[in-house]
Design a protein around this ligand. Structure first.
Ligand code: UDX
Length: 443
């Protein structure tokens, strides 16, 4: 049990993936958290216990902490800052920073939050910026707040980039490899350590200056994206030379300096972080006068990767006009309903252009998919999806697809052609069963 003196009153602004998960987990480790969102509909749903996103374990944790009166929801920053007589000492900013057409991040939501916090705070407050933002955003928040801070109330702006992944967000937040804190003062550092104290037993806290913390997030995500594009490029070379990417990745990944994770070749990365962060990091570097060409290459390889599967389908079926392609999975990765920047969006677009008829099934993301992918047939289960298909493609490596009854699949498809966009299945086994099986960089 946390001592009362260790409890911090927190206001979490933004209830997207990062905000809702972080706010809930901060309540779980003992703090009093009020989650605020300007989207009234979302707050009304949350007050009724309905989650606006799917994330494993989140719903139960929200219900538990609401019941324990540690987690609350409010519609305005003013209410969040002074909730039922509790003044928020820390205000986390976790609002959206969508990309603009030129690749830069749209930071207007952050500016609005800075303004409102400044107008409504009543004593020393630490603002903790959690959204992924370009370097110097904290400095801009500070400038904005100073402008609106007519009563000259002391405050600090800090950076605390979040590294949680969708699909494992709750456990990532509660068991991070590291917590990064960019702080401008000892007072802010003290509060920071108080907030994260329950996690400091098993995770290291890295204290830096504010700009370095901001850059750590950009650099980390871009590096991981680079690792994926690198292994995808190697997989293409494997394909051309007859080497096996599984063995190559294993051989590379067992070197501790390289590490085994993020070496799974496939149809490329998607999601709201990697594509957007890469673009924003490139834009930021260019603005500062450095042409970070490597990041452009990483993006280009990723775009080509999505089309790899389209070329494979064409190789097998020749003309796609009127032919039926079944897509197993639509989300950008398993265990999430998130369709933002999912490779499936571009793959469907390309297949439709070539005249293919598309059937699709995803265990969780179909209602979100229907918003962004129109003109395809959504099916109720994987077997309905593959029925009469000329070709079946694995797009997302959901557990459900690992356990498919392939004997049944063989009886349903028009032609037993299986293209594996995630190198999920055993090639020899699939071929033995009678599939024409294609995967990436595996002989
Ligand atoms: C990522 C970062 O991992 C996380 O630290 C940050 O906070 C947000 O961005 P997320 O986008 O949720 O998290 O998913 P992640 O598990 O990192 O996967 C991103 C994409 O890369 C997915 O499309 C996934 O399929 C792809 N990927 C990942 C690969 O293609 N190969 C791999 O080896 C790993």
């Amino acid at each position: 049990m946390m001592k009362n003196s260790d409890k911090v009153n927190i206001c979490m602004v933004g209830t997207g993936y990062v905000g809702l998960v972080s706010g809930t987990c901060l309540a779980e480790i003992g703090h009093r958290v009020v989650c605020v969102d300007s989207d009234e509909k979302k707050i009304n749903l949350l007050k009724k216990g309905i989650m606006p996103i799917y994330e494993e374990g989140l719903k139960a944790l929200v219900h538990k902490n609401v019941k324990k009166k540690k987690l609350f929801f409010a519609k305005s920053i003013k209410e969040g800052l002074h909730h039922k007589g509790h003044r928020a000492e820390a205000v986390f900013i976790a609002v959206g920073t969508p990309p603009r057409p030129d690749g830069s991040a749209d930071l207007s939501a952050i500016e609005k939050v800075a303004e409102e916090v400044s107008i409504n705070m009543s004593d020393y407050t630490v603002i903790i910026e959690k959204s992924t933002v370009p370097v110097e955003t904290c400095h801009r928040i500070e400038k904005t707040m100073t402008r609106f801070n007519k009563k000259h109330i002391p405050f600090d702006v800090t950076s605390n980039p979040e590294f949680l992944r969708e699909g494992s967000a709750v456990s990532d937040f509660l068991n991070p490899d590291r917590v990064v804190a960019g702080v401008p003062s000892k007072q802010a550092e003290f509060l920071f350590k108080k907030i994260y104290k329950p996690m400091m037993k098993h995770s290291q806290v890295i204290i830096t200056d504010v700009k370095s913390a901001e850059l750590i997030k950009h650099a980390s995500n871009s590096f991981l994206a680079t690792k994926i594009s690198f292994i995808n490029a190697v997989a293409n070379v494997c394909e051309k030379t007859g080497a096996n990417i599984d063995d190559v990745a294993k051989g590379m990944g067992s070197d501790k300096r390289i590490g085994a994770s993020f070496l799974n070749a496939g149809i490329g990365f998607g999601g709201f972080c990697f594509p957007k962060d890469l673009e924003a990091f490139y834009w930021l570097s260019s603005q500062k006068g450095y042409d970070f060409k490597l990041l452009k290459n990483v993006q280009d390889i990723n775009e080509d990767q999505k089309m790899w599967i389209v070329k494979k389908i064409e190789d097998e079926l020749w003309n796609l006009k009127g032919k039926t392609v079944a897509l197993l999975g639509l989300a950008f990765k398993p265990n999430t309903d998130d369709m933002r920047f999912a490779p499936s969006i571009d793959i469907v677009k390309a297949l439709k252009k070539l005249g293919a008829k598309i059937k699709a099934y995803d265990p969780i993301s179909m209602s979100n998919a229907k918003e962004v992918i129109k003109g395809i047939e959504y099916t109720k289960n994987p077997y309905q999806c593959v029925k009469n298909a000329d070709c079946v493609c694995l797009i997302t490596e959901w557990d459900e697809f690992k356990k498919l009854d392939f004997k049944k699949v063989l009886t349903l498809v028009k032609h037993p052609i299986l293209i594996d966009g995630r190198n999920l299945y055993n090639a020899a086994k699939m071929r033995k069963m009678g599939f024409t099986y294609k995967s990436l960089g595996r002989p």
